[in-house]
Design a binder for this molecule. Structure first.
Ligand code: GSH
Length: 342
């Protein structure tokens, strides 16, 4: 136990404040309270631990609303006090709470006192953790600006609109599980959720939908049946022959750790898939000749799809072969467009 000498347990375990709003899930706190109690017992019973420090469990359950707080599940709980009764918190935890997604923005806007209290503690360096819907409160208090947050996928679109300076972390594979599968049964991003709850998925379907409803800008699909056919032909060739093999090549090799528990991965296919994408790029390079854009003289969805994925591929060890001179020049022209920087 010698290596524990000097660690300030008194400080590190002291004064945990749980600041709850109505409909909070305080039951999950049972685990935390039990852990504290067990640690306190260990410190009391073990003479080696007792000599290194004293465990002070200062858990306070504070209400951001009335003292008798209604909890999720219809019960209520008499809290230890109000926010201003916090005694020098070393850590603040905001538990998840239950509210319909549509009501969240309004509810969060009403929590001005809690937001100001959190902001002032954060300024003093007190760590603040939030789970579930409480992430909205932390974001509204300005604690997450320019940072990442995990948000329930059903709330992700509304959260993005409310807090555009917070990145929503979907890399943890939530997209391959319920409840996201209710949004997009294919388990992939992007998915476009409309105000009436209808979902459109698949990149090309989303682009075509947006292109059709936005009549005041030039079409990226085409203005005539033939232009549209050419865009769809090239888009399909790029999607099936370049994007899919290249991204699966990545998923089955460099991305294997991230993807192996989400989808069927075939590591032995990775090299072949990458080679397929390279060959099809070389094929496309030959067909490009001096055409300014993939489908001819006008920019289209085919250019944007390929540009976006080549930009991704260069970061995952599948850069465009500089020998593909026409495509390299085209990529440079695409990158120089102001929209590429947006
Ligand atoms: N065919 C799909 C492909 C989309 C795709 O590859 N999405 C990637 C992100 S750009 C994704 O969801 N990756 C996470 C995963 O596959 O679990 C589409 O057109 O929407």
């Amino acid at each position: 136990m010698d290596n524990l000498q000097g660690v300030n347990y008194h400080r590190s375990m002291a004064n945990l404040v749980v600041a709850a709003v109505r409909n909070s899930y305080l039951c999950s706190l049972g685990v935390l309270v039990d852990a504290h109690a067990r640690l306190a017992e260990m410190f009391a019973e073990d003479s080696a631990l007792a000599s290194t420090g004293r465990l002070h469990t200062g858990l306070q359950l504070l209400s951001a609303g009335p003292r008798q707080l209604p909890l999720a599940g219809g019960r209520s709980f008499i809290m230890d006090g109000a926010l201003d009764e916090a005694s020098d918190p070393a850590l603040v935890y905001l538990p998840n709470f239950q509210l319909a997604a549509a009501d969240l923005p309004g509810f969060v806007a009403q929590q001005g006192r809690l937001r100001r209290w959190l902001a002032s503690l954060a300024e003093r360096g007190v760590p603040i953790c939030a789970s579930g819907a409480s992430v909205w409160i932390a974001a509204a208090a300005g604690l997450l600006d320019e940072r990442r947050a995990s948000v329930d996928v059903r709330q992700a679109a509304a959260f993005r609109r409310a807090f555009p300076k917070v990145e929503v972390d979907l890399r943890a594979g939530e997209n391959r599980k319920e409840p996201y599968l209710n949004v997009n049964a294919a388990g992939q991003m992007p998915a476009l959720e409309l105000d009436d709850g209808t979902v459109v998925a698949e990149i090309t379907a989303i682009c075509e939908y947006l292109d059709e409803i936005k009549k005041d800008t030039p079409s990226l699909i085409g203005d005539t049946p033939l232009e549209r056919a050419a865009t769809r032909m090239w888009t399909r060739r790029i999607d099936l022959n370049i994007v899919e093999p290249a991204t699966n090549g990545f998923r089955f090799s460099e991305g294997l750790k991230l993807f192996q528990n989400r989808i069927r991965c075939i590591p032995e296919a990775a090299d072949g898939l990458k080679a397929t994408a390279r060959e099809r790029l070389a094929w496309l390079d030959g067909l490009m000749g001096s055409k300014p854009f993939i489908a001819g003289n006008r920019i289209s969805m085919a250019d944007i799809l390929l540009f976006a994925f080549l930009d991704f591929m260069k970061d995952v060890k599948q850069p465009l072969d500089p020998g593909c001179k026409n495509l390299t020049a085209w990529f440079g022209r695409m990158k120089a467009r102001p929209s590429a920087a947006a």
